[in-house]
Structure formats: structure tokens, C-alpha cells
Design a protein around this ligand. Structure first.
Ligand code: NCD
Length: 307
């Protein structure tokens, strides 16, 4: 049974096809209204979420399907001590596909090993978040026309930010990509991403603490929230939370066609005064996420022979 746990579970060709499907859905939504009629998506979210869970659910509704939902582990048998393996075996009896978010790294992989239906990882701890990357990629594709040759700045919590880890993995497959990693010392990219992906593949990157200095060279600026829930102590969080705040003044140093992305939710990292700047693409990114999740659900249900 094919699941998507890591962005590298999809080939670059498959991601291309998903982007094409998403664009076709955007252009012809009515053609897709009934394609999943009678099918059910279960959303199992053991961590807070607004966009990821609702966009999966909206995606399934717009494909004509239904949604079963567990939001908040405290409402499910997980609170009684049930294992992820048993939960997904159970859900396999009720639904055709699962989207799951869990606070533990690797939980989605365990789920995929035990489920009888496809599992999509909606975020596992500080590890990865492949469907956010699909939203990011479609946004970059639509704004910049492709990925090759881009200089991508990733700013904020690169240590715990799972969206950053998945995005680096995905973009590393394109020609001429260069990364600028902007973070406080304590929140630098983990070595399993830096060594295994960037160094191993010989991808140019630079590490800095200074956002303003690198602004003029960026084609994409990917801002992230400092991940409070992954910190061991509140003092460290309070000290680091406002390390970077993107303001209209900082935007003056950027290219005219730079594109600002953020997986959201934002706390303080982007001043609301930046929202009206045409280079601010984070709300377009939200919309793109729903279409990519529609395309992914379709692909996995087709492969499983469910539709
Ligand atoms: C991200 C996540 O959950 O990792 N949010 C999302 O899914 N759009 C980013 C975050 O929570 O900071």
C-alpha cells in the first residue's frame, strides 16, 4: 500500500504530475466534484492544526468524498493508551485513506506500516511535513515558473521546523538551487539534513544569523515560526522567539520579484504591514495547499484501486 510519509516518497516526476493535476483542478473544479463520491478520508490529528487538517477535509469534500475526523488526541482512544498501530488498523476498517499528524517523529511511518489503506503524513514532530512542501512547491512554480537556479533563504527555526526539512529535501533535486540558512546559533539546521542532504549532494549553502545582509540575493524567503512546543524550556523560547521579524523596511532591501513564503501560523515573524506587499505569497500558499492535497488524495486512491 503506497503512503506518503516523506517528500522523497514522491519522485520529482510525480510531483510534477501532482502540480499539473492541481492546476487542472483550479481551472476545471467541476470535473473533480464527484471523483471520490462515497469514499472517506479519516483525519487523525494528535497535534494542533488549522490549515493542514481543514485543507485535507476541504480537499476531500471538493472531490465529492466524506470526512471522518479525530481532532485532538484527548478525544480518541490514544488518550487511553492505544498505540498508533492499533488506531490505524481500526481506522482502516472505516475509511479509504488517512491523513495523520502526530507529535512523535516517525509516528506516520509506524502508521503506514500497520494501516491497510494509504497514510499521508500531515507532520510528525520536528521531522517532516511533505504536504506543506507540496503547497510550497506549487506556490514557487506558479510565482517563479520553476525551481532551477533559485536562491532560497530559509529563516527562523531551522532546527525544529519540519516544513524546512521537507522543503530542502524536495528542492535539492533541482538544478542550480542554492540555500541561505538564516537562524540563531541554537536553531540551526540539524545535521541529518545539512550533512545528509546538502553536503552529500554538493548543494551550495551558506549559514548566517543576519537576515538584512542577505535580503538582496534572495529569490525566495521562507519565514518560519519558532516552534515553542518543541522547546525544553520556556526561557529559551522567550529569548529566541523574536529573533527575526520581517518588516516593510527589510523588504526594501529585497529583489522586486522576490517571493515571501511562510507555512503559517505566524506569530511575530512577519509584520502584518508586509501582507499588502505583492511579494507576500503566504496566503496564496494556503490556497495552493488544498489543491495539492486534492491531487495527492486522487493519486493515492487511484493507485490503491479505490477509485
Ligand atoms: C506548520 C507545521 O505544522 O509544521 N504549519 C502548517 O502545517 N502549515 C508550521 C508551524 O506550525 O509553524
Amino acid at each position: 500500500m503506497r503512503s506518503v510519509i516523506d517528500i522523497l516518497d514522491l519522485t520529482a516526476g510525480e510531483i510534477d504530475a501532482l502540480m499539473q493535476t492541481a492546476c487542472d483542478i483550479i481551472a476545471h473544479p467541476r470535473d473533480y466534484e464527484q471523483v471520490c463520491a462515497g469514499k472517506k478520508l479519516a483525519t487523525l490529528f494528535f497535534e494542533p492544526s488549522t490549515r493542514t487538517r481543514l485543507s485535507f477535509e476541504a480537499a476531500m469534500y471538493e472531490l465529492g468524498g466524506h470526512v471522518l475526523s479525530v481532532a485532538g488526541g484527548s478525544n480518541s482512544s490514544a488518550a487511553k493508551g492505544e498505540s498508533v498501530a492499533d488506531t490505524v488498523r481500526t481506522v482502516s476498517c472505516y475509511a479509504d485513506i488517512i491523513a495523520m499528524r502526530h507529535h512523535k517523529e516517525g509516528a506516520a511511518l509506524v502508521a503506514a506500516q500497520h494501516a491497510l489503506i494509504p497514510v499521508i503524513n500531515g507532520g510528525d514532530g520536528g521531522h517532516c511535513h511533505p504536504t506543506q512542501t507540496l503547497a510550497d512547491l506549487l506556490t514557487i512554480q506558479r510565482e517563479k515558473g520553476g525551481f532551477s537556479g533559485l536562491t532560497v533563504g530559509l529563516c527562523g527555526d531551522l532546527k525544529f521546523g519540519r516544513t524546512v526539512h521537507s522543503l530542502i529535501n524536495a528542492l535539492s533535486r533541482y538544478e542550480g538551487i542554492r540555500f541561505i540558512l538564516i537562524s540563531p546559533e541554537e536553531l540551526k539546521l540539524p545535521s541529518y539534513v545539512k550533512k545528509d542532504v546538502l553536503v552529500n549532494k554538493g548543494i551550495p549553502y551558506e549559514q548566517t544569523t543576519d537576515l538584512t545582509a542577505v535580503m538582496p540575493s534572495l529569490d525566495i524567503l521562507y519565514m518560519t515560526r519558532v516552534q515553542r512546543e518543541r522547546f525544553f524550556n520556556e526561557e529559551d523560547y522567550l529569548r529566541l522567539k523574536d529573533s527575526y521579524i520581517l518588516t516593510p523596511k527589510k523588504m526594501r532591501g529585497a529583489k522586486q520579484d522576490m517571493c515571501v513564503l511562510h507555512p503559517l501560523p505566524r506569530v511575530n515573524e512577519i509584520s502584518v504591514a508586509v501582507d499588502d506587499d505583492p511579494r507576500a505569497c503566504y496566503f496564496k500558499q494556503v490556497a495552493n495547499g488544498k489543491y495539492m492535497r486534492m491531487a495527492l488524495i486522487l493519486m493515492l486512491l487511484k493507485e490503491a484501486g479505490t477509485i
